[in-house]
Design a protein. Structure first.
Length: 239
């Protein structure tokens, strides 16, 4: 059994990807008891029937029992709603990790590539289409069409983050209100076997030539960045 999620209330473990065991521990804390009592008293008040300790332990009217059930559901549903979301997220991560450990090398390669792409995007400051137009001093009346033209001219790298177009911020010359000219040259030089993600990875990694990443030198050492990229794309020779 592999435990993939634990908290004060829930422990979840899996024997296989489709065999999951969840243990739930319900302990009424004072806050929950107060909420429960408030709901019960508010619902039982119109009947003017006392809800005392002895009556709860003995035979309760059906209406009071139903009120207590509803109170329990209301209090603990709210308490566990966020926990369930976290548990599901943890389960998704476990599935991805278990798949990557499988014998299918193609699947493992694809998953590892997806993880690397997510990591690169998460570590890169991005702007959306409206912000990109603002940085470039262009009209924001139709940012999608405006930036689409930039993409078609291969002047800028564009990615999709959470279903929306996103552009790495380092491409923008903020002072000049333009895209650094080096970007168009790098994109034009990019071999077919290089994906946009691979170029982004190269631009954002520290480089020995600059003591920083190439992205940080786009506006200061354009020629040096382009020369470094030309060396990087030369196929390795063996033999």
């Amino acid at each position: 059994m592999h435990t993939f999620y634990t908290s004060d209330d829930i422990a979840a473990a899996a024997q296989t990807a489709d065999s999951v065991y969840i243990n739930v521990s319900i302990e009424a804390n004072p806050v929950d008891v107060d909420k429960w009592r408030t709901i019960v008293e508010a619902a039982a008040a119109p009947s003017r029937a006392p809800v005392g300790t002895k009556k709860i332990r003995g035979k309760m009217p059906d209406a009071v029992q139903e009120v207590m059930k509803a109170a329990f559901v209301a209090v603990f549903s709210q308490r566990f709603s966020s926990e369930i979301d976290k548990l599901v997220d943890a389960y998704r991560i476990m599935l991805r990790e278990s798949l990557a450990k499988g014998a299918d090398s193609a699947l493992q390669t694809a998953l590892n590539r997806a993880r690397l792409q997510e990591k690169i995007l998460a570590g890169t400051s991005m702007v959306d289409q409206t912000q990109a137009c603002e940085l470039l001093g262009l009209s924001g009346s139709n940012p999608s069409a405006t930036m689409k033209r930039k993409e078609e001219k291969r002047e800028i790298l564009r990615f999709t983050v959470e279903g929306r177009a996103a552009y790495p911020l380092f491409q923008f010359d903020i002072e000049g209100r333009r895209i650094f000219p080096a970007m168009a040259k790098l994109i034009a030089l990019k071999p077919d076997i290089w994906s946009d993600f691979r170029l982004l990875h190269w631009l954002t990694r520290p480089h020995l030539d600059f003591g920083a990443s190439p992205a940080e030198r786009l506006g200061e050492e354009e020629a040096g960045v382009i020369a470094a990229f030309q060396r990087a794309i030369v196929p390795a020779e063996h033999g």
